[in-house]
Design a protein around this ligand. Structure first.
Ligand code: 6PG
Length: 238
């Protein structure tokens, strides 16, 4: 696991985009296509805006989502919409390279369909090449929320979930997220400092802090955080 602390959100976002470019260029020397899972929420926005400036062979990349809210694709809460607005609508990528999570009648139906799509792309092992993740104040990541059944899932790659206090969602599960070659968390802001410190210093159980359950089996895990989010990580001066 590697922690990188940046002065502020802009520096974090710029560095994350540059890191992505470096990894993708390395991967492209060995294989195509490259499979990427995008994170939702607000933190990745600026990173995605930097990604769209890159001159990569986008036709060799396929984009999936780590999770999605069960709303129409043009809904302001849609992770698909956020990624298109900030990034995907601005690059020359074939539409068949974009794999949004469908919003069907029930999250369970959407999850089944998405799992089929992911399996037909990945084959028997759910190994994506690069996974972006965010971190909620409660320790959730993707749509893996504390004390929910999805955390115990060992076989399914995609599940429909009904977290308390938020809309139903569809999420990739630990078997997929922990099979990735590269996993990068983007964490910004003072409100995330307590949960980040708990994860990186406290080693909490994934049940209470699902992001702590992201432990790639053979892949690389990096945390790109800004100084505000890292505020509780530095040891107090002795
Ligand atoms: C979502 C995300 C979720 C997000 C965290 C952090 O659909 O909401 O996938 O896991 O990454 O909630 O969100 P912010 O970046 O907005 O703080």
């Amino acid at each position: 696991m590697e922690l990188r602390v940046f002065a502020d959100y802009e520096a974090l976002s710029r560095a994350a985009a540059a890191f992505f470019e470096r990894v993708v260029r390395q991967l492209l020397q060995k294989k195509t296509p490259i499979a990427v899972a995008l994170a939702g929420g607000q933190t990745p926005r600026r990173t995605y805006e930097h990604l769209r400036q890159l001159d990569l062979p986008w036709e060799h990349l396929h984009f999936f989502w780590g999770d999605e809210r069960c709303v129409p694709p043009d809904d302001p809460r849609s992770n698909y919409r956020m990624a298109c607005e900030t990034f995907l609508s601005h690059i020359p990528i074939p539409s068949e390279n974009l794999h949004p999570i469908p919003c069907l009648d029930t999250p369970e139906e959407a999850a089944e369909l998405y799992e089929e799509e992911l399996r037909s792309f990945c084959g028997p092992d759910p190994c994506l090449d690069f996974v972006w993740l965010g971190l909620g104040k409660d320790g959730h990541t993707a749509s893996l929320f504390p004390h929910t059944p999805a955390l115990a899932e060992k076989k399914r790659w995609v599940l429909g979930v009904h977290p308390k206090g938020t809309i139903p969602r569809v999420t990739l599960t630990y078997p997929v997220l922990n099979c990735a070659r590269w996993v990068v968390f983007l964490v910004s802001g003072r409100e995330k400092a307590p949960v980040l410190a708990m994860i990186l210093k406290g080693r909490p159980f994934p049940q209470s802090c699902p992001a702590a359950g992201i432990r790639p089996l053979s892949g690389n895990l990096l945390w790109f955080v800004d100084r505000e989010a890292a505020a509780l990580l530095q040891e107090p001066a002795s």
